[in-house]
Design a protein around this ligand. Structure first.
Ligand code: PLP
Length: 450
């Protein structure tokens, strides 16, 4: 079986790093100035994860294309890690934002667009009652509070190697002895997550049942398929059992659709007929404008409504000054009204199938022990068999190989998300974009095999 030649890989990576530096002089200069006042040289520390010695600075993005300050154009398969799944700078978004910005952005009052958005979210995801937040992180934070209030239980449960944003309780993994531990190298935990959180492996029903049996867990917060450690799909029947066990133990089920909206207009919830008590979503629903939403079942909604309407209630802890502002509402209305619809997925999903087939063709042709996974318009390759849970997925990560593919692509005009090997396809991509990736993937593989 062919194998990666690590010496060749190291040398090739060195060559690509040199090429990157020489072809991105303007980004290099901006990066040097950025270090003066921006901690880590970027506005957000995770931007240091881009391959190459510094991140490229972008000047414009349209549809599925990004142009950097050195004038280089890229096919963008990262799409703002889902935030730009609608495509960049779509006229329906820019016009709505422009229109609303000229009429007032934030006022402490509701705007009419919020009503349309609430109805559209019910149509897509099935839950009747909605609130807005500014980020998916915040939406998750708020639903955890609601779950604890409604159940009176102290803990939550998440899956090993999940990611639900910067929510303290979710930044946990499972230790080899099954206990909850801090995510490795994670910064400054407020409290040790063992106090707040139980962690089990995705697809392990026995462990789930055991963890929920004591009745101290307010909710399971779950992505329908793991996406942040790479795509890990549920076993057949897994979601039915997850719902049965949560119901039997009086545990609420929260589904986080922030990434799995890639499965279709109503995310995996609609595509797979899931029945969450609450649902969270952020990123693409405002077409790139910061906004998020969380939905509640009628029964939960009634209880929370009663709480908020009771005398002397403290509303802090849920919401935020700018959440649900008129600009965000207008952006959500424009995004959900004109993008991420059945017709858009009818373009994006076949492109993702083509992307996955192209990569699989190269893998099979070379008889490599690698695989491709796909969920709707999101696709990803692995340097192993498809993992069944977060621990297997984490163990299969290969930082050097990932850096190789990412940088090889970037140096040839293709942007992949800087974490793992994921590509997001949108209705703004075309078949030629996908075929370019397939050709480059084949060439990148050829350079590093023994
Ligand atoms: C499933 C999921 N939920 C929530 C979040 C948090 O989103 P944000 O960083 O926009 O708050 C992310 C971010 O990647 C995510 O993948």
């Amino acid at each position: 079986m062919p194998a990666v030649d690590r010496t060749k890989l190291e040398q090739a990576l060195h060559r690509e790093r040199q090429a990157f530096i020489s072809t991105h002089p303007r980004s290099a200069a901006l990066s040097a100035s950025a270090r003066k006042n921006l901690l880590t040289g970027v506005p957000m520390a995770w931007m240091t994860r881009w391959p190459g010695s510094f991140p490229i600075f972008f000047s414009e993005a349209h549809g599925a294309r990004v142009v950097d300050v050195d004038g280089i154009e890229y096919v963008d398969f990262a799409l703002g890690d889902t935030g730009a799944m609608t495509g960049h700078a779509k006229p329906f978004i820019t016009e709505a934002v422009h229109r609303q910005a000229g009429r007032g952005i934030t006022t402490m009052l509701p705007s009419e667009d919020c009503i349309w958005v609430g109805a559209e979210l019910e149509r897509r995801f099935g839950l009747p009652l909605w609130q807005f937040a500014l980020t998916a992180t915040d939406a998750n934070r708020f639903v955890l509070r609601i779950a604890r209030y409604v159940t009176g239980r102290p803990k939550i449960l998440v899956f090993d190697w999940c990611y639900h944003g910067t929510v303290d309780e979710t930044l946990a993994t499972m230790a080899p002895d099954g206990s909850t531990q801090l995510r490795p190298s994670n910064i400054g935990a407020q409290v040790h997550p063992a106090h707040t959180t139980k962690v089990v492996e995705f697809n392990d029903l026995e462990a789930l049942e055991a963890a929920l049996a004591p009745g101290d867990v307010a909710c399971v917060l779950a992505e329908p398929a793991l996406t942040n450690i790479g795509i890990v799909l549920p076993d057949p029947g897994y979601h039915d059992e997850l719902r049965r066990i949560t119901r039997e133990t009086g545990t609420l089920l929260v589904i986080d659709e922030t990434h799995t909206i890639c499965a279709g207009p109503g995310g995996a919830t609609a595509a797979w007929g899931l029945q969450p008590d609450m649902l969270t979503i952020g990123k693409p629903i405002g077409g790139g404008v910061p906004t998020a939403a969380y939905g509640l079942s009628a029964e939960l909604g009634e209880r929370v409504d009663e709480f908020f309407n009771s005398e002397g209630v403290d509303v802090s802890g849920i919401g935020g000054t700018l959440a649900g502002n008129a600009l965000a509402a207008a952006a959500m209305r424009a995004a959900l009204g004109n993008a991420l619809r059945v017709d858009d997925f009818a373009v994006a999903i076949p492109l993702a199938e083509r992307w996955a087939a192209g990569v699989a063709g190269v893998i099979d042709g070379k008889q490599l022990p690698w695989t491709v996974q796909r969920l709707g318009c999101r696709a990803e390759y692995w340097f192993c068999e498809p993992p069944r849970n977060g621990a297997e997925a984490a163990a299969a990560m290969d930082a050097e190989l990932e850096a190789w593919f990412h940088l090889f692509m970037l140096n040839r005009g293709v942007l992949m998300t800087p974490f793992h090997n994921m590509a997001l396809l949108s209705s703004s991509h075309v078949a030629a974009d996908v075929d370019l990736h397939t050709r480059l993937f084949a060439a990148a593989v050829d350079e590093i095999l023994k």
